[in-house]
Design a protein around this ligand. Structure first.
Ligand code: PMP
Length: 354
């Protein structure tokens, strides 16, 4: 090791899902939306004026903040936007998890949480999910430095009901509870309705999944004005111009087209329910997903083997080589045709190899 390397901040980074780009591939590995963004998004991007790029964008991202505030019926001061919910969550960890006590999140959850905790030197503990992969409320009713929970959880897809989440939020008035609702639009019940009751609640959502804009990188947090004020102070101490002009225009158009949003969501939900039936028919077991993915395991075929076989056929799903979940595949919901092709492949493969 070179002498200077002793002074380097070393991190073990998050590993994002593969981003292969092969003709005719079926990409079901990063929970992207299979449908294009709302038509207004394309139009707004076509109309962008390159000359505007001489100027910095609006640091307060007002058009987008206003569109979100109108949509959710909150004030502009209750909305914080960032470069994907990863950016919003990282900023929230930095801002709110500043205690000596450990923050809490499940052992099986979004694998960025421990990466941020390590990066920011935040102590943490990971209460294990129960044997059915559910979050146990009682594990979170204790002294801690904060809580972060995805609802539905990832990669399990399981939703925690609002009454139990409320118990956690009400039981921890001295710390901030972050509910990461990356997948809430696919059939879950949002904790946004609890905001008027609890000052310590921050709800984080994203345009990456339900609004088909993963490539644009837009996420947001909604909370009471004081929380959002603290988040903005941290942001302006880090990078004033997080949102570029294209993201502001695209995000605003996506929010405005509610009919398109609901139509694509319904298509994905219908395809998910169809896929559940088909996977069940093929002998898979899985948890009841309320998200745009299914976390499934087959009693006779190891997940890693299936993962490799699917990859050979240019069908990409996600496999996590981690304790407790290394016999599961996380399969994102694609179009009806894509899921049909997946099921046909599995039917054939399992038929030949079992
Ligand atoms: N939270 C969860 C639970 C996720 O699965 C993801 C997607 N990887 C994110 C947050 C971040 O998504 P994005 O930064 O694209 O908004």
């Amino acid at each position: 090791m070179a002498a200077w390397e002793k002074n380097v901040r070393k991190t073990i980074p998050y590993t994002p899902g593969e981003q292969p780009d092969r003709p005719n591939m079926i990409k079901l590995n990063t929970n992207e939306n299979p449908y294009p963004p709302a038509p207004g998004v394309t139009k707004a991007l076509q109309e962008l004026d390159a000359d505007r790029l001489r100027r910095y964008p609006d640091p307060a991202a007002r058009v987008l903040v206003q569109a979100l505030a109108d949509y959710y019926g909150v004030t502009n001061q209750q909305v914080f936007v960032g470069v994907g919910s990863d950016d919003v969550l990282a900023m929230s960890f930095l801002t709110f998890f500043n205690s000596e006590k450990p923050i809490l999140f499940p052992d099986i959850t979004y694998s960025f949480y421990d990466v941020w905790a390590e990066l920011f030197r935040i102590p943490y503990e990971r209460p294990p999910l129960d044997s059915e992969f559910k979050i146990r409320t009682k594990d979170y009713l204790r002294e801690c430095g904060g809580i972060v929970i995805p609802n539905p959880n990832a990669p399990t897809g399981i939703e925690k009901n609002l009454a139990e989440l409320e118990e956690m939020i009400a039981g921890n008035p001295e710390v901030i509870v972050i509910i990461d609702e990356a997948y809430i639009d696919f059939g879950g019940t949002s904790a946004l309705s609890l905001l008027p009751k609890y000052e310590n609640l921050l709800v984080v959502q994203t345009f990456s999944k339900s609004r088909s804009l993963a490539g644009m990188r837009i996420g947001y947090a909604i909370g009471n004005e004081r929380l959002i004020g603290y988040l903005n102070e941290a942001k302006y101490s880090f990078n004033s111009y997080t949102m570029n002009g294209a993201a502001l225009a695209a995000g605003t158009e996506a929010i405005k087209d509610d009919a398109y949003f609901r139509e694509t969501l319904q298509k994905i939900i219908n395809t998910r329910e169809w896929t559940k039936q088909e996977l069940h028919r093929l002998g898979f077991s899985f948890l009841d997903s309320k998200s745009n993915f299914i976390f499934a395991s087959h009693p006779k075929c190891p997940a890693e083997e299936l993962f490799q076989a699917l990859k050979q056929a240019d069908i990409y799903v996600r496999f996590f080589n981690k304790p407790r979940i290394n016999n599961y595949l996380r399969i994102s919901i694609g179009t009806e045709q894509e899921m049909g092709a997946l099921i046909r492949f599995l039917e054939h493969y399992l038929g030949e190899n079992l």
